[in-house]
Design a protein around this ligand. Structure first.
Ligand code: HEC
Length: 107
């Protein structure tokens, strides 16, 4: 009996680790909130320099952002540049939205 519960404990621990390493680097962030923040604060300037809805800046061949960490850093630097003073959770919401929609980093 004891060994059975131990192995199920190990199994559930393993599953928990797997879900931690899931294909989504910003699990606890809110992509919908991020989408609204981007639409309000970010799109117009990108659209001015890249045309259309501005999303070409995220999908261009020579894009700068290569990792999910780099994405957060870039969100932070555009945010700082325009003086928004977002909280970290807002930056992560935006990073999650941009990742799900354009970058698709899995870790
Ligand atoms: C005043 C204009 C302006 C505003 C406003 C602005 N950006 Fe940017 N953003 C730029 C420019 C210019 C670049 C390209 C920089 C480069 O290529 O070196 C850029 C690049 C980026 C990239 C990297 C794209 C790549 O190459 O992978 C991200 C991500 C980004 N911006 C996010 C944001 C977010 C989030 C906001 C809103 C908080 C925002 N930007 C607001 C001008 C702006």
């Amino acid at each position: 009996m004891k060994s059975l519960s131990l192995s199920s404990l190990i199994l559930s621990f393993g599953l928990a680790l797997c879900s931690l390493a899931s294909a989504e680097p910003f699990t606890s962030a809110d992509a919908n909130a991020g989408k609204a923040l981007v639409a309000k604060n970010c799109v117009s300037c990108h659209a001015e320099s890249f045309g259309g809805d501005g999303s070409g800046i995220y999908t261009r061949e020579s894009r700068k952002v290569k990792t999910s960490k780099g994405l957060v850093a870039q969100v932070r630097s555009c945010n700082t540049m325009i003086g928004l003073k977002w909280f970290e959770d807002e930056e992560l919401n935006v990073a999650k939205y941009l990742n799900q929609t354009y970058y698709k980093f899995t870790e």
